[in-house]
Write a protein that binds this ligand. Structure first.
Ligand code: ZN
Length: 436
């Protein structure tokens, strides 16, 4: 059996930014026989065909058509981005009279800032380069310990353990070099892109933690690595998708960028990406507008984004009857205000799939006096509306630069999502579903 924990840690190491995560997913899809399509070109799609398309090179949608042709969609969606710091356009910043070169960065998403200190970091993302008469995109990863955000010594910051408020513009700027370092970052980025310095026109570059995955605990039951939220769901859904045959429905793998900043970008879950793909698949297979709408209405989606495991030192923060633990199985997330899409219908469908796969299920709801987080399922549903369940794997320290999850859960999620992709979830009427 595949060691999905190791494979996941390898996936994370190859995915230092959302652009790299999408690139890694595309490589997996190509290996699996999936053909790339471009949104800017007409699509030719045939029954039995397997395809993928990217938007912004940071969101990916892949789909497998059954031999029988157009049908409803069975989708797992997740996100490719994680909280981090983005380099500002002009980022070289000399400090202490030119003795240091810092980088001017801004927050991307809501990270635990204290977790980014005193940890060697690197820089990855994409650059646009001049290439003769055109502009082209290059992935960039410095791939070395290149910068670090140093803490203040406790002697100069006695409140650091008493609720010190970090200022992102002051406390979180990473150190890149000493005297005379101005210009070296640009040179290093150009070298990493394989182009001359004057060819680099613009860039989307982010800090990332280089720590590799580590398995630990009394029985090696836990693992820690960066970007578990939400690459764990991106990886497990891709693994399940690639091992499943589409029979009687169209399997869809959707991985969106920008969930951590609200999804409202051209490539986020709050965009037309998913609905555009549905419409184009239907049109390419000769379906009418009415047939496409009927297929969407009969579809099922699992919005997969990680969940909170009970913190060992703060169990009082969690709802006692609706709390989840590492290695307890796939989590179904509930919220009365529909921040999570789960309702009795989608919960019943997904529970049946897990039962079929022999995978344990846990149920999560926030304490009623805790606001909790949000995700992409309800946002995607406002564009393509269908029965949708919010799921995830329980993890600790969400949005820390290094997070922790349970080893057994990785396998559980692959099995549960394989059941989703290999079962036929047929809507017979509103609220009447058959699973076989
Ligand atoms: Zn997430």
């Amino acid at each position: 059996m595949a060691d999905h924990v190791q494979l996941f840690c390898d996936f994370v190491a190859k995915s230092p930014s959302a652009f790299h995560a999408a690139h890694t997913l595309c490589a997996m899809l190509e290996d699996g026989g999936y053909t790339p399509l471009a949104e800017s070109q007409p699509w030719t799609i045939v029954p039995g065909g397997k395809y993928y398309v990217t938007r912004n090179r940071s969101s990916v949608i892949a789909f497998a058509i059954p031999q029988t042709g157009f049908a409803h969609f069975q989708i797992v969606s997740s996100h490719s981005d994680s909280p981090t710091f983005k380099l500002k356009h002009s980022c070289e910043d000399e400090a202490a009279g030119g003795s240091y070169l810092r980088l001017n960065v801004e927050r991307y998403g809501g990270m635990i800032m204290s977790s980014w200190f005193d940890r060697p970091l690197s820089i990855a993302g994409r650059v646009l380069v001049r290439d003769g008469g055109r502009l082209s995109t290059k992935l960039v990863d410095l791939g070395r310990d290149a910068v670090l955000i140093p803490n203040m010594p406790i002697h100069f910051n006695r409140e650091v353990n008493d609720g010190y408020k970090f200022n992102a513009q002051v406390d979180l700027l990473p150190l890149y070099g000493g005297k005379g370092s101005r210009g070296k970052l640009h040179a290093e980025i150009a070298a990493a892109a394989g182009v001359s310095e004057d060819a680099v026109v613009s860039r989307d570059l982010f800090l990332y933690a280089r720590q590799t995955g580590s398995v630990w605990g009394a029985e090696n039951e836990f693992f820690s690595c960066p970007r578990i939220d939400d690459l764990e769901c991106a990886y497990t859904s891709a693994a399940a998708f690639l091992s499943s045959e589409a029979v009687g429905h169209i399997n869809v793998l959707a991985v969106f960028d920008n969930e951590e900043v609200g999804s409202s970008s051209k490539q986020g879950a709050d965009s037309t990406f998913l609905t555009d793909v549905f419409a184009r698949v239907g049109q390419a297979l000769g379906a009418s507008d009415s047939e496409i709408r009927a297929a969407i209405a009969s579809s099922f989606m699992a919005s997969a984004d990680n969940a909170h495991a009970v913190h060992p030192n703060h169990p009082e923060k969690y709802d006692a009857q609706n709390c989840t633990f590492l290695n307890g199985g796939v989590v179904i997330k509930h919220n009365a205000n529909q921040k999570y899409t789960t309702d009795a219908v989608s919960c019943a469908i997904f529970s049946a799939l897990c039962e079929k796969a022999g995978v344990p299920v846990q149920h999560f709801a926030n304490r009623s006096d805790v606001l909790g987080g949000s995700t992409l399922g309800n946002i995607a549903n406002t564009h393509a509306s269908m029965n949708t369940v919010d799921i995830g794997l329980a993890q600790l320290a969400m949005h820390s630069s290094v997070e922790t999850a349970g080893c057994a859960d990785v396998e559980y999620m692959v099995r549960a999502l394989t059941a989703l992709y290999t079962s036929n979830i047929a809507v017979h009427a509103d609220g009447e579903i058959a699973i076989d």
